[in-house]
Design a protein around this ligand. Structure first.
Ligand SMILES: CC(C)=CCC/C(C)=C/CC/C(C)=C/CC/C(C)=C/COC[C@H](O)COP(=O)(O)O
Ligand code: GRG
Ligand code: MG
Length: 295
C-alpha cells in the first residue's frame, strides 16, 4: 500500500500540478479575450475542454522532461521522483506518451487547425526535452514559445467555436508571456549552471558566465516591467489588470534587486534559486492580470 501511495505521489509530482494551474489560467487569457472582443460571456463550456487539453499536453511535457533529465537531476535535483525511485523511468515515459495522446485526442472535435496546433506544441515540448534543451538559449526560447502558445491556443479554441477570426489582440499577452518566461529560463540557467556545465547544456550562464546571464535576464524581465502599463492604456483591461500587473512588477523588481545584491558566484546561484520561485508567483499574478483585467 505504501509503495502504491509513493508511486501515485511521485506521478503527481512529475506532472508539476502548480504549473498546470498557471497554464490553465493563461489559456483563459486568450479564450477570454476572444469572448470579450465579440461580446460573448467570458467563460463557456468549451473553456474546460481547452484547459483540459493544455493540462494534458503540459503534464506530458513535464513528465517527459524528467525522463530525459534523469542524469542531470541526479546531481542537481536528487529529490525528483525518477531519481528517488518513486517512479520507474519506463513508467514515466509511457505515462508521458499517454498524456500527449490524450491531449491530441481531446482536441479532435475542435477542427483541423486546433488539432495541428496541439500536435505541433506536443512535438515542440517533447523535442525540447529530448535535445533542444541542450542548445541553451534556443531551448529557453522554445519553452517561452510553448508557454505563450497557451494564450494563443485559448483564443484559437474560442474563435473556432464562435466561427470568428482570432483577433490580433491575443498577441499582446502572448508577447508578455514570452518575454517573462524567457527571462525566467535564463535565471534558471544561473541556478543550474554547475549541473548544465557537467552535461554540456550551453545556456547563457554556461556560455558567457553567470554575471552576463544576470544581465540578459535583467534586460528581458526589465522590459516586461517597462511595458507592463501598456495594456491598461489600450482600454481593453480594467483596474484589476493594473493591480495584478503591479504584483508581477514587484516580483520581478525584488528578484532583480536580490540577484544584483549577490556579491559572489555562489551567492548569485542561491539568489537565482529564490528568484525562480518568486517569478513563478509572478506568472500566476500575470495570468490573473490578463484575465481578471477583462471583467
Ligand atoms: C506584465 C504582465 C501582466 C505579465 C504577465 C505575463 C504572463 C501572462 C505570464 C504567464 C506565463 C505563462 C504562459 C505560464 C504558463 C505555463 C508555464 C508554467 C510555463 C513555464 O513552465 C516552464 C518552466 O520551466 C517550469 O517551471 P519550473 O517547474 O519551475 O522549472
Ligand atoms: C498550447 C498547447 C496545446 C499546449 C501547451 C503546453 C504547455 C502549457 C506548455 C507549458 C509548459 C512548458 C513550456 C514546459 C516546457 C518544458 C519544460 C518541462 C521546462 C522545464 O524543464 P527544465 O528546463 O528541465 O527545467 P526544470 O526541469 O529544472 O524545471
Ligand atoms: Mg528538467
Amino acid at each position: 500500500m505504501a509503495r502504491v501511495v509513493r508511486l501515485l505521489k511521485g506521478i503527481a509530482e512529475l506532472t508539476r500540478p502548480h504549473n498546470l494551474l498557471v497554464a490553465a489560467v493563461t489559456t483563459l487569457i486568450g479564450y477570454g479575450l476572444v469572448s470579450k472582443a465579440y461580446g460573448y460571456q467570458l467563460i463557456e463550456d468549451t473553456f474546460a475542454q481547452a484547459a483540459l487539453i493544455v493540462i494534458l499536453v503540459a503534464a506530458a511535457g513535464y513528465v517527459i522532461n524528467d525522463y530525459y533529465d534523469i542524469e542531470t537531476d541526479r546531481v542537481a535535483k536528487p529529490w525528483r521522483p525518477l531519481v528517488s525511485g518513486a517512479v520507474q523511468p519506463n513508467v514515466a515515459r509511457i505515462l508521458a506518451y499517454i498524456l500527449f495522446l490524450s491531449g491530441i485526442i481531446a482536441s479532435t472535435n475542435l477542427g483541423p487547425c486546433v488539432v495541428v496546433f496541439v500536435i505541433v506544441n506536443a512535438i515542440l515540448l517533447h523535442e525540447y526535452s529530448r535535445w533542444v534543451k541542450k542548445t541553451g538559449f534556443i531551448g529557453n526560447m522554445v519553452v517561452a514559445l510553448n508557454s505563450a502558445a497557451t494564450i494563443i491556443f485559448g483564443g484559437l479554441v474560442r474563435s473556432v467555436e464562435l466561427e470568428v477570426k482570432v483577433p490580433y489582440s491575443v498577441l499582446l499577452p502572448a508577447v508578455y508571456a514570452f518575454l517573462f518566461v524567457l527571462g525566467r529560463e535564463v535565471v534558471k540557467g544561473i541556478e543550474d549552471v554547475e549541473g548544465d556545465k557537467r552535461v554540456g547544456i550551453s545556456t547563457v550562464a554556461v556560455k558567457c558566465g553567470v554575471v552576463c546571464a544576470r544581465r540578459v535576464a535583467a534586460l528581458l524581465l526589465g522590459l516586461v516591467v517597462a511595458i507592463s502599463p501598456l495594456p491598461a492604456v489600450t482600454g481593453l483591461y480594467n483596474w484589476l489588470y493594473v493591480a495584478f500587473a503591479a504584483i508581477v512588477d514587484v516580483s520581478i523588481a525584488v528578484s532583480l534587486i536580490n540577484l544584483y545584491r549577490a556579491s559572489s558566484y555562489h551567492e548569485l546561484i542561491v539568489e537565482a534559486r529564490r528568484a525562480r520561485s518568486l517569478l513563478k508567483l509572478g506568472f500566476l499574478a500575470g495570468g490573473v492580470a490578463f484575465t481578471a483585467g477583462l471583467l
